[in-house]
Write a protein of this length. Structure first.
Length: 390
């Protein structure tokens, strides 16, 4: 049975900081942020956007009535969940008008969460061919003001509808994955911001990639030349390129040029959003599909997922005929075009804003946020969401 991605949705908050401005205010040469790290703009989430609303907004744009009825499994991958107990998957259920006869849960393994969800969805469809699964990666990446990871923050979500006879990307049967207990990046339950061993995390990202790439080659007998493009988890856009370069000698110049050109396109959205952890790999896929004209149906796309801590996985998919019809190219172009630049001072103020944690009531200025689904406030420790369209 053919199983894979049938639809893809994306959402990111309407505010951003320019990386040149951030560099100047941090007394760093802007070239380090824009070339050395490869980031141009960083999405900033106001209090009215949290990982729940981001996830719901990303899914809202792709679901029709049949999907709402047929989805019987909702999996949200995140590492910035808003509750130790209640899952984002349950919060978004009513916001999206989904059929209550569904399983819903949240899944965590750093940036690997959405990939774990995608592979579970594949197994679920194999057992229940008529059902559909909603898989979402949603995150707000926080390293802290003036930290070395600050330039790699971001906020956003990607939603994917998984079904049989998918119209975007059919997942191939082979897998290669690897797990090790390492401390390259983590966030203890008491911490608002992540802890990271930056250089070690870079090394591990590449080492895991090399390992699963070799495993995948052995399992699939596929050569690098047989890939139209490889999409990478993108904590920052230079990272995937460093990994890709380690295998380029396996093919000839023409193939190398194609893979490098497609890598450039696959980072178009990511360099303007920042790291969105669980959704970054899928944002890079969306970036490739929506910005590269002429990708042929039948083309093979490789996918490298890495979640610190750490789990790495390589898998691949085949582009389906007329996949472009399933995309929302104009809507996403409008989303980027309508964003508002804020100053570094405004970003710092937003970064430090927190919801009350003592049970008191807060009403947020939802009219300042153009998103359909917003966090309107909190009362008695209960987050209040509004879908302006309902
Ligand atoms: P840093 O120490 O600030 O930067 O940390 P650097 O000194 O290593 O410089 C970065 C690059 O800029 C270097 O290039 C410099 O040469 C270059 P490279 O050698 O790497 O090719 N550079 C310049 N280029 C042009 N003009 C200039 C200039 N100056 C310097 N003037 C680091 C950078 C990424 C380590 C830091 O930002 C960090 O810790 N980020 C967070 C961790 C991270 O993103 N790790 C990635 C792998 S782990 C992962 O992907 C998982 C993750 O997503 C979490 C999860 O799974 O949940 C993070």
């Amino acid at each position: 049975m053919n199983i894979g991605i049938d639809k893809m949705g994306f959402y990111s908050p309407h505010l951003y900081v320019d990386m040149n401005e951030l560099a100047i205010s941090r007394d760093v040469d802007p070239g380090k942020f824009t070339v050395g790290i490869g980031q141009e703009k960083m999405a900033v989430a106001p209090l009215t956007q949290d990982p729940v609303s981001l996830a719901a907004n990303a899914a809202l744009e792709i679901l029709d009535e049949t999907d709402q009825e047929k989805i019987d499994l909702v999996i949200v991958g995140t590492e910035s969940g808003v509750d130790h107990s209640k899952s984002i998957a349950t919060y978004i259920h009513p916001l999206l008008g989904l059929n209550p006869q569904a399983r819903a849960f949240e899944i965590k393994q750093a940036c690997y969460g959405a990939t774990a969800g995608l592979q579970m969805a594949k197994g679920h469809i194999a057992l229940h061919p008529d059902s559909k699964v909603l898989v979402i990666g949603t995150d707000i990446a926080r390293y802290g003001l003036r930290s070395s990871g600050e330039v790699t923050q971001g906020a956003g979500a990607v939603a994917m509808l998984i079904s049989r006879e998918p119209r975007v990307l059919r997942l191939e049967e082979h897998h290669a994955y690897h797990t090790e207990d390492i401390m390259d990046f983590w966030r203890p339950t008491y911490a608002e911001n992540a802890f990271v061993d930056g250089k070690f995390s870079n090394e591990q990202y590449i080492s895991f990639f090399n390992r699963v790439w070799e495993q995948y080659k052995a399992a699939s007998h596929l050569k690098l030349a047989e890939y139209e493009a490889i999409c990478f988890h993108m904590p920052y856009t230079k990272m995937g390129l460093k990994a890709l370069r380690t295998i380029l000698e396996e093919t000839d110049e023409a193939n190398r040029d194609r893979l490098l050109a497609n890598y450039e396109v696959s980072k178009t959205f990511n360099k303007n959003i920042g790291n969105i952890y669980t959704a970054s790999l899928y944002l890079s896929l969306l970036s490739l599909l929506e910005n590269q004209e002429g990708l042929p149906a039948g083309a093979r796309i490789g996918m490298y997922s890495y979640g610190s801590g750490a789990v790495g996985e390589f898998f691949s998919g085949i582009l389906q005929p007329d996949y472009q019809k399933q995309l929302h190219i104009q809507r996403h172009a409008d989303l980027f075009a309508s964003r508002k630049e804020i100053s570094v001072t405004e970003y710092e103020e937003i970064f430090q804003q927190m919801l009350p944690a003592d049970g008191s009531k807060a009403d947020l200025a939802i009219n300042e946020d153009p998103a359909d689904i917003v966090l309107a406030g909190i009362e008695h420790h209960v987050r209040q969401y509004v879908n302006k369209k309902q």
